[in-house]
Design a protein around this ligand. Sequence first.
Ligand code: ADP
Ligand code: MG
Length: 233
Amino acid sequence: MIEIKDLHKSYKIGKNSLHVLKGINFSVEEGELVAIMGSSGSGKSTLLNILGMLDEADLGTYHLDGVEIKNLTEKTAANYRNKFLGFIFQSFNLINYKSALDNVALPLYYQNINRKERMERAMSYLEKVGLADWAKHLPNELSGGQKQRVAIARALAGQPKVILADELTGALDSTTSYEIMNLIQEINDEGKTILVVTHEDDIAHMTKRIVNLKDGVIIDDRKVKQVKALENV
Ligand code: ADP
Ligand code: MG
């Protein structure tokens, strides 16, 4: 599903350049649940942003579902993101003046799906994350965990090939984090390919494979025995 080879990325800061990714190689098969783990500043978000076509590598190749991702215009990148990817962020990134239902329906608007179908599909995903009764509420009327459930429903609504999650439990208390990871595990058990970026060891161990990033290189990449989230609550 994902294949990257010898990926490099530097940031220019004034006259200086900061080499953040120093030759990253890995691939992810369909149906995997993978954690990209590393301490703060190790380059996790930089890597995820490249995978999410929010940024581009300086060197190396990236294939997503067999398509080479290279020299995209802003419009093509947006099209590919809509077609291939769902995003979940630490800060939820919901639209504050739209209801939970309308937030979930938004990716479908960009897929040119008619309004009736959008609303039906959005409602079914809200049901899936246990928030059917909260459809009409605005994000600021929801708890952190509920907001993240809305974001997960939104990520699923576009029926993406891959879900990319950056520190998705970073703003949540530990019980809520485990509940959110339980939902992620359920969605993966149904076959969805998911990448979770985290600096937290116990979150990483709720996936099935941990890719360890340090100083811009992968220092370890191994399958782990998945801890089921509810065992942690
Ligand atoms: P992580 O997500 O693992 O904490 P990041 O990928 O966000 O790490 O950052 C890696 C390094 O790159 C850090 O030193 C950070 O300060 C730097 N960095 C990240 N984004 C930018 C940017 N847009 N411009 C300059 N430096 C950046
Ligand atoms: Mg980060």
